[in-house]
Structures are given as structure tokens and as C-alpha cells.
Write a protein that binds this ligand. Structure first.
Ligand code: RIB
Ligand code: CA
Length: 311
């Protein structure tokens, strides 16, 4: 079977780093490039974090610097309370000798999609600014997008406000552009990612694999679990972003429901809410497959398989 071509757009971020690790060495995935956006930390930091992860894991994947601000709003939201001042606190990396490509991420997304046969999946695990800007700059890419798989949103409780999840809240206008693009979207929200808590027993299990990826996983999760406990009281951090990659590797890991999803970009109190019309109250045509359940055991098996793919 042909490997699945993907562009991974991310804001490392501890869980983004695990998503990169999972995608980069699996023969079922052809990771064409990694595009970086501001999110968990400012763009200068998320870019360095991405390069450090690629260098530590010895990944031969081009990295592209993207947008450092939301499309429209002036207020930039970051998450140091979860990811630390660097955005990837915990691991100690060697001196960075990797550089990003010279092309801007938005132009890379456009050029790659236009040159494709329409077989490229775009995975976003941060604010959707890069993808939305590409859609607005060059609408001709729309029919070239095979599928969008995004970590973001929630139909239950948010994590930045009671209504909104971080990736959508950080650039709700960008999320609106993506959800109104007409392309096939699989939305992996907090509703399922909060079911894959990286408990101490999971950290111990993954650490036994004695690979560089296992070491990175443990170093990342030791910090991530500490801050998630402080902020939310979880006994393990929800491993949000890798769920997107696990879904590409084995779609049966998720149960999804087709529905109309609309982004709240108007209200103050619920700004950034993904309103998933799971009961089809509005009778609007569906624009997304929303994840409503996850096979937790299967997910952790996929994570461990990814860790074992490294020396
Ligand atoms: O709300 C969780 C999401 O926001 C994850 O992608 C995390 O990395 C942050 O980007
Ligand atoms: Ca992320």
C-alpha cells in the first residue's frame, strides 16, 4: 500500500513533538514536510523546538517557518503554564545545528499541494493560521487537499475557557476558514484526547524500550505531566496531538460522527467554541467527522510501535 503523504503543521509543544516522532519513521506515512506556527509558544520558540526534535531523532524532514500571529486578532495566546518558557521544557538538547528551509510555510503548503495529485493530507496540531492563510492566498489548493485531520476543538468542556480549546481559540478566524473550506475534515477534539492520559504507568512502559524516541518521550512527559497535574489535576497529561497520526495509521482507533460544525468567532464568552451539531438540530450539511470515542489500548500500542521504530 502506498504511504500516506502528509504535511504536519504544528506548534511544538510536548504533544506535537510526539506526533512528529510517530509520523516520521512509520513506512505507512510519507512526511513531506513540517510547517511551524506560533501557538504553545511564540514562533521563534516553536521553530527551535521543531528543529531540536528533528535533530535529536535524526529526522531527514524539511522544516518551514510559518505565521507568528493569528490571522486577524491582535491578542496572541500562548501556553507556558503547560509547555514552559521554551515551549518544550524538560528535555536537554545538544547545540542546534539544523536550519529551517528558506521558503515560508504558507508558500510551501501552496506549492506542495498545487504540485500534488490531490493525495496530500494536511494534519494540523496547532492553531490553523498557516493552512487558513494558504487557503485564502491560493484557493486553487482546495481541491488538491485530500483530507484535513486536525487536533482541535471540543463539543464538551474547553481547556482555555469553558467553551474553547486552545488551537481553535488561538486563531478562531483561521479555524473558521478551514471549517468553511468544504474539504473533508476529521476533528480530533479534547473529547477523545482527554481519554488518553499519559499516566505514570504509560511513561514507565514506554521508557523500557531503550530507544532515543523512548528517552525523548520520558523527558517530555515528565514535564508535561507535572504541569497538567498543576493546572487540571490530571494524573497524566492528555496526549492530544499524536491522536491525529494514530488515526492515519489505524482509523479504527477513533469513532467519529459526521456533523455540521461551526466556529464561534463573534461572542466574547464563547469565542473559539466549536459548535458540533451532533443532533443535527440546524439541519445543515455536515462539514466534519468529529471524534466521539477512542480505543485507548490501541492508541498506546500505536505509540509504543512508533517509539520502537527508532534505534
Ligand atoms: O488544546 C490542546 C492543543 O493545544 C494541543 O495541540 C497542544 O499542543 C496545544 O497546541
Ligand atoms: Ca499542538
Amino acid at each position: 500500500m502506498e504511504p500516506r503523504k502528509i504535511i504536519l503543521d504544528c506548534d511544538p509543544g510536548h504533544d506535537d513533538a510526539i506526533a512528529i516522532m510517530l509520523a516520521a519513521k512509520n513506512p505507512a506515512i510519507d512526511l513531506l514536510g513540517i510547517t511551524v506556527v506560533a501557538g504553545n509558544q511564540t514562533l521563534d520558540k516553536t521553530l527551535v523546538n521543531t528543529l531540536n526534535v528533528c535533530q535529536f531523532l535524526d529526522l531527514d524532514v524539511p522544516v518551514y517557518k510559518g505565521c507568528g500571529q493569528p490571522m486577524i486578532r491582535d491578542k496572541q495566546v500562548i501556553a507556558p503554564e503547560i509547555h514552559g518558557e521554551s515551549g518544550l521544557d524538560g528535555p536537554q538538547f545538544e547545540a542546534l545545528s539544523r536550519d529551517p528551509e528558506s521558503q515560508h510555510a504558507v508558500n510551501y503548503i501552496i506549492d506542495t499541494l498545487l504540485a500534488s495529485d490531490g493525495d496530500v493530507t494536511v494534519v494540523t496540531t496547532g492553531p490553523m493560521t498557516n493552512l487558513a492563510m494558504a487557503m485564502r492566498l491560493c484557493p486553487d489548493i482546495l481541491p488538491k487537499i485530500h483530507e484535513i485531520v486536525l487536533m482541535g476543538g471540543c463539543y464538551q468542556l474547553g481547556n482555555m475557557t469553558p467553551a474553547a480549546e486552545f488551537n481553535v481559540l488561538a486563531d478562531a478566524d483561521a479555524a473558521h476558514v478551514v471549517f468553511t473550506s468544504g474539504r473533508s475534515i476529521t476533528m480530533v477534539g479534547l473529547d477523545v484526547t482527554r481519554k488518553v492520559l499519559c499516566l505514570p504507568s504509560i511513561v514507565e512502559r514506554m521508557g523500557k524500550n531503550q530507544t532515543r524516541a523512548a528517552k525523548l518521550f520520558v523527558d517530555l512527559m515528565m514535564f508535561f505531566n507535572k504541569t497538567q497535574k498543576q493546572v487540571f489535576g490530571w494524573d497524566g497529561g492528555p496526549l492530544h496531538d499524536p491522536v491525529t497520526i494514530a488515526y492515519l495509521l489505524d482509523p479504527t482507533v477513533l469513532t467519529t460522527k459526521s456533523c455540521f460544525t461551526q466556529i464561534d468567532i463573534r461572542s466574547e464568552q464563547s469565542y473559539g467554541r466549536t459548535n458540533c451539531d451532533l443532533f443535527n438540530i440546524f439541519k445543515r450539511p455536515p462539514n466534519s467527522f468529529v471524534a466521539v470515542d477512542i480505543d485507548v489500548a490501541k492508541f498506546w500500542d500505536i505509540i509504543e510501535m512508533g517509539i520502537r521504530a527508532y534505534a
